[in-house]
Design a protein around this ligand. Structure first.
Ligand SMILES: Nc1ncnc2c1ncn2[C@@H]1O[C@H](COP(=O)(O)OP(=O)(O)OP(=O)(O)O)[C@@H](O)[C@H]1O
Ligand SMILES: [Mg+2]
Length: 500
């Protein structure tokens, strides 16, 4: 009979930060050769525990036992040397370097191999992991977020670790990319590796994991085999309160047209896209990754150029749109990648919240920032969006992923825009906070805000939107009214296969 062995044991791990107890006496074990999922709300302590495991943080109390040996106070280099690899929530690739350079960065190969050889070797590795679509000679900065994520995972898997930790690896992957990831995970498990898998997507967690641990407010709640959970019981363990309905009862508040986009085209990105947005309307954009939704919205907001077509705001044609002009005209943009153009990580939460609004808090002539107003505004947003942080003057990079997303949302809401473009606003956000954000979007629409909502979760679009536009291959494929939309048809249209 095979005896269960544990690759990792946590005994009473404790770790605090000023104002929060991120981990509070956490104990549980991880079986060798399994996929162990770790779930919990934003700020529950998942990433902190993984940082303790990977040696990035030293716990104040408790013991980590790895392969039967006590290893508390691990240093990052020890962890690597012992075969622990972590793909952190914030990726660690150098954008200016090419894919193959990133793959071998820090390894001996990089010193020995010449450019050409390195690229050939990188291609072989990528192909082996099902990632032949990534060209090893491309600059990493030119890859999509999903491709970067997969590259980082491939890089870590190639290092042949015994324990591979993935902190929200799937949050920016398309469904076909998730399949690649799951195949890779299954293969590693077959080879006897252990994987810790963190995700807010509970269906995925239930699909891929062998065992599941739930953390809540820094405390261990339960560790049990996958088959003992359902999505509902997981949520109950995570939130420990009765959750109301996930989506607000939609009361439509559609007013006059506020934005008209006509035949907008950018070669190779999107073609002849026309749509209108009304005041108080939530207009959803569905489609596969790469369908052109982000590119279209970036052009509408002036972040990217377009070749032809017109944009009209409140009936007036807007020429030469730029982000600052868009802001002046009452538009906001919550971007899909909080690290690239959403937040300044080394600045405080307060600064990030008031950043685009500085002018309204400064006394024009002297440029002096009105601290009191600024503080009040930030506190009000913290309250309204239920953002969790101990001190608004601490750097925003110390906030948990989901709370960072709320800070982005609050900075745009402070501008009181008339139109808000939101690109995947609930990515990386737990079920409870998602509901809060849905309620906020719904309420803002009742106050006449027009919302353009891009989401890869069709449930979300079906639950919130007055209309849903589906894009396919750069074009608008189909528009559905709320009453006629359903999950099957959205998917068919996304594949360009909808026939009415
Ligand atoms: N370096 C740090 N300095 C201060 N506080 C921190 C730091 N790292 C984490 N925290 C706090 O510790 C708590 C746990 O954060 P952690 O990142 O572990 O949460 P998480 O479960 O990974 O959440 P998410 O699902 O949002 O990623 C949060 O309240 C967070 O703000
Ligand atoms: Mg985290």
């Amino acid at each position: 009979m095979n005896e269960t062995t544990y690759i990792l044991e946590y005994h009473g791990i404790t770790k605090g930060f000023p104002g929060v107890q991120a981990l509070d006496d956490v104990s549980f074990k991880i079986e060798t050769g399994t996929v162990h999922a770790l779930v919990g709300e934003n700020g529950a302590g998942k990433s902190t525990l993984m940082k303790v495991t990977g040696g990035a943080y030293i716990p104040e109390g408790g013991e980590v036992v790895y392969k039967g040996e006590k290893v508390s106070f691990l240093q990052p280099a020890d962890a690597l040397q012992k075969g622990i690899r972590t793909v952190y929530q914030e990726l660690n690739l150098v954008e200016k370097l090419k894919v193959h350079e990133n793959m071998f960065l820090g390894s001996e190969e990089h010193v020995v191999l010449r450019d050409k050889e390195e690229s050939v070797k990188a291609r072989a590795i990528l192909t082996d992991y099902g990632l032949e679509k990534i060209d090893p000679r491309r600059q990493v900065g030119r890859l999509s977020i999903g491709e970067r994520q997969l590259l980082e995972i491939a890089k870590s898997a190639w290092a042949n670790p015994d324990l591979l930790i993935m902190d929200e690896p799937s949050s920016s992957l398309s469904s076909s990319e998730i399949e690649i990831l799951f195949n890779l995970i299954k293969r590693l498990r077959k080879e006897g590796k252990t994987i810790i898998y963190i995700s807010h997507k509970l269906t995925e967690v239930l699909e891929i994991s062998d065992n599941i641990t739930v953390l809540r407010d820094g405390k261990h709640v339960i560790t049990a085999p996958n088959k003992e959970f359902t999505e509902e019981t997981l949520i109950t363990h995570m939130v420990n309160r009765k959750m109301g309905k996930q989506y607000p009862e939609r009361v439509s508040n559609v007013g006059e047209v506020v934005l008209e986009v006509e035949n907008l085209t950018r070669a190779g990105k999107f073609k002849d896209c026309s749509f209108t947005l009304h005041r108080g309307e939530i207009l959803g954009f569905s489609g596969l990754m790469g369908a052109g939704r982000t590119e279209l919205m970036r052009a509408v907001f002036g972040l990217d150029p377009y070749d032809s077509g017109t944009i009209r705001l409140r009936g007036k044609r807007v020429n030469h749109i730029s982000p600052s002009k868009a802001k002046d005209l009452g538009m906001g943009f919550v971007s899909e990648d909080r690290r690239l153009d959403g937040l300044v990580l080394c600045r405080s939460t307060k600064e990030n919240t008031v950043l685009p609004n500085l002018l309204s808090y400064s006394k024009r002539l002297f440029g002096v920032i009105n601290r009191k107003q600024e503080n009040e505004a930030v506190d009000a947003q913290k309250e309204a969006l239920n953002i969790k942080y101990a001190n608004k003057d601490h750097k925003v990079k110390y906030l948990s992923g989901g709370n960072q997303q709320k800070v982005i949302l609050s900075k745009w809401l402070l501008m009181e825009p008339e139109i808000l473009i939101m690109d995947e606003p609930t990515r990386g956000i737990d079920v409870g906070a998602k509901k809060e954000i849905y309620d906020i979007i719904h309420e803002l629409s009742l106050e006449d805000l027009g919302v353009l909502l891009i989401s890869s979760e069709n449930d979300e679009l079906l639950g919130l939107c007055d209309r849903i536009i589906v894009m396919h291959d750069g074009s608008i494929e189909k528009e559905f009214a709320r009453e006629e939309a359903n999950a099957d048809d959205l998917l068919l249209a996304a594949f360009g296969r909808f026939k009415s």
